[in-house]
Design a protein. Structure first.
Lengths: 341, 349
């Protein structure tokens, strides 16, 4: 790392990544619902239309299937579209295009065409969004071969990972935990949230510095148990480790596909225990994949079953959001349980 | 923002004691009776006062997340509701509180759903965008833009299948009108001659994006043309115009002639949701609509002019409505939250 840095929110970091990518490469075009003139519902694209013109940053009608389908067409012809789906919960009309077209283009054209495109989506709960503004659909994408899936957890990561995603030759699903946009939220909803300006990962390099896809980060070194987390749950894990006093090693996966299996196995072989956590529903969630991977790779090092802490297998609720959200108490209980064996 | 085509709206506004020479679908207006004027006044005012209170409760933190107010658009749902008969279905998107009140759902149950309480219409599980009433034939309340259009088409199919004469009123906005599934629905509805009125509430903005920036054809009444679905633009700020068009549209569907589109030219005064900075339009534009075209003020002026009620009597109406709304707000704050065990009810296990 070298050069100057600036303290910023995750929103500003994402905006800055767009800005740098657009400045660097005129093949990068940015569009989506309310993205151009309005600057995005979370302001992630504010100012881009003014700076680069409405031919490079523009509004799309409310038609997710059309947005993604058009982006696929553009990308096969060499553009690098970065599209925003206003909430991850809105992506389902575009799912056919993502699965049947974007993810398959490289393979079925025998490598003649790829889809260098990024689909950005705010994901996750914690904002009282209810069932249509709180979901975490990452497993719907990790289950599809041909996609890369990224979940940043800080301004620092968001910027570096988004730059890599835009530069990547293949389609990248970029899920932005919306509860982290303005600060690292640890699940204690009744306490004030630390703003990013007071957090070291709110310090972001000004220049074009990428973070490679497929590399996890160790957020806390520990010896007793490995916690595999991503997005908002990274901070929930930190709070749980602190509150239980259990010396947990917290791995922020950052990229779900490709998965940094090396970082995971190295840690679990050291600690002998593993707790997997995510906000999304439990059954067939990405935690199941992680749990299976750990079991396959580290079976003889495990001293306890791999545990999962996840959202319940229900729609995301309107009332009782905090009974659904897997906060530090639930994670803490799992840490204690896994230490008992 | 280019001025929208509002055929005859200016002259309509000043029309006094007119006799309808044109059909309702063509913009003709039939004068309301005293009862109709007073009823529509009451219904629209209830929606407005309810929404104002919801806005306050949101500001006070009793309502979290998303809350989309219907203020400014009241004439659309009230005028249409006056054209229905019991049994006709209503389905809409996420700006739905007005539709629920218009179908006769209780203010208490709606407000308590906004605050996520046991007494809410979805037992606190749905929230602002997801409420239903089987009794009132209200099929929601849908948070995903445009998703309800296909569902409303299915309701119409069920009417046909059961050989009843009910009509499905399927509401959606100018933004939703660009979703692909809308056109899949139009095709099926026309193909199978389904009794559905598609009501496009064109309030000019899909969240922060104006129709001009998102729609190649911003005359939404034409959107069914290639399927042979007749469509009409209606002055959605005049409850009489809505009612007149609604009566003919519903009759068209009821008599087996297939679907029909009504584009309601309307306007929302408030932001898209509670956190909308509304930088995409000028304050003057909003103020002009409020002062010149307000649906409630139009009715009030006629009531006073025709002496259907005095200022004092209207104040009494207002007070009664405020009492209903205040009661709903009290209930929505005092009713307990659902038990945590409710997370695991009404789901598949």
């Amino acid at each position: 790392m070298s050069g100057s840095t600036t303290r910023m929110t995750m929103i500003e970091a994402i905006r800055t990544a767009h800005d740098l990518a657009m400045e660097r490469d005129d093949k990068v075009v940015v569009f989506g619902e309310d993205v151009g003139y309005f600057g995005g519902v979370f302001r992630c694209t504010a100012g881009l239309q003014k700076k680069y013109g409405s031919h490079r940053c523009f509004d799309a009608p409310i038609n997710e299937s059309g947005i993604v389908g058009a982006a696929i067409g553009m990308s096969t012809y060499g553009l690098k579209p970065v599209v925003e789906i206003q909430f991850a919960d809105y992506v389902y009309p575009a799912y056919d295009q993502i699965v049947s077209e974007a993810a398959r283009m490289r393979h079925r054209s025998g490598g003649q065409f790829t889809c260098p495109m990024v689909i950005r989506m705010p994901t996750g709960g914690g904002i009282f969004g209810g069932q249509t503004h709180s979901q975490s659909p990452e497993a719907l994408f990790t289950h599809v071969s041909g996609l890369k899936v990224v979940v940043p957890s800080s301004p620092y990561d968001a910027k570096g990972l988004l730059l890599s995603a835009i530069d990547d030759p293949d389609p990248v699903i970029f899920l932005e935990p919306k509860r982290l946009y303005n600060g690292p939220f640890d699940g204690h909803h009744d306490r004030p949230v630390t703003p990013w300006k007071n957090h070291p990962l709110g310090e972001v390099p000004d220049g074009y510095e990428t973070i490679p896809l497929g590399k996890a980060a160790i957020r806390r070194e520990g010896s007793e148990v490995t916690i595999l987390a991503y997005g908002t749950m990274v901070y929930v894990a930190e709070a749980a480790a602190k509150e239980t006093g259990i010396d947990a090693e917290i791995i922020d996966l950052r990229t779900l596909l490709p998965l940094d299996i090396e970082a995971i196995t190295e840690s679990v072989k050291k600690t002998g225990r593993c707790v997997v956590i995510h906000e999304a529903t439990r059954t067939s969630g990405f935690g199941a994949e992680l749990s299976a991977t750990v079991q396959e790779a580290c079976f003889y090092h495990l001293e306890a079953p791999v545990l999962r802490v996840t959202g319940w297998d229900t729609p995301y609720p309107h009332a009782q959001e905090w009974a659904y959200f897997p906060g530090p108490d639930r994670v803490g209980r799992a840490l204690r349980e896994v230490m008992e064996d | 923002m280019a001025p929208r085509k509002q055929s005859g709206s200016t002259s309509r506004k000043t029309t006094r004691g007119s006799t309808a020479t044109k059909s309702g679908l063509e913009g003709g207006i039939t004068d309301f009776s005293k009862d109709q004027e007073l009823d529509s006044y009451r219904e629209m005012l209830l929606i407005r006062r309810f929404e104002e209170k919801a806005g306050q409760l949101y500001g006070m933190g009793f309502i979290g997340g998303f809350c989309h107010l219907y203020i400014g658009q009241e004439a659309v749902v009230v005028g249409m509701q006056m054209a229905l008969k019991p049994g006709d279905e209503v389905i809409t998107g996420y700006r739905d509180h007005g539709h629920m009140l218009a179908t006769g759902m209780e203010a208490r149950g709606v407000m308590a759903e906004l605050t996520g309480r046991r007494g809410g219409y979805s037992k606190g599980k749905g929230g602002s965008m997801h409420m239903f009433s089987k009794e009132k034939h209200f099929y929601g309340g849908h948070g995903i833009v445009g998703a309800q259009v296909s569902l409303g088409t299915g309701l119409a199919f069920a009417n046909r299948y059961r050989e009843n004469d009910n009509v499905s009123l399927t509401y959606f906005g100018d933004g939703a009108a660009n979703q692909g599934q809308v056109y899949e629905s139009f095709n099926m509805a026309a193909l199978w001659k389904l009794p559905v009125v598609y009501i496009i509430e064109n309030n000019r903005y899909a969240m922060g994006t104006s129709t001009a920036r998102a729609s190649a054809q911003a005359d939404f009444s034409l959107r069914g043309k290639s399927f042979g679905i007749p469509g009409y633009q209606v002055d959605g700020m005049d409850v009489r115009a809505v009612h007149a068009a609604g009566m003919e549209a519903v009759e068209h569907c009821r008599s087996g002639k297939g679907p029909l589109i009504l584009e309601m030219l309307t306007y929302r005064y408030r932001g898209h949701s509670m956190s909308d900075p509304a930088k995409y339009r000028s304050k003057d534009e909003v103020q002009k609509m409020r002062s010149e075209r307000d649906p409630i003020e139009q009715v009030k002026a006629r009531i006073l002019e025709k002496k259907y009620a005095s200022e004092d009597e209207l104040k009494q109406v207002d007070k009664k409505i405020r009492d209903i709304v205040a009661d709903s707000a009290d209930f929505a704050q005092s009713d307990p939250e659902p038990d945590v065990s409710e997370l695991y009810t009404d789901i598949l296990l």
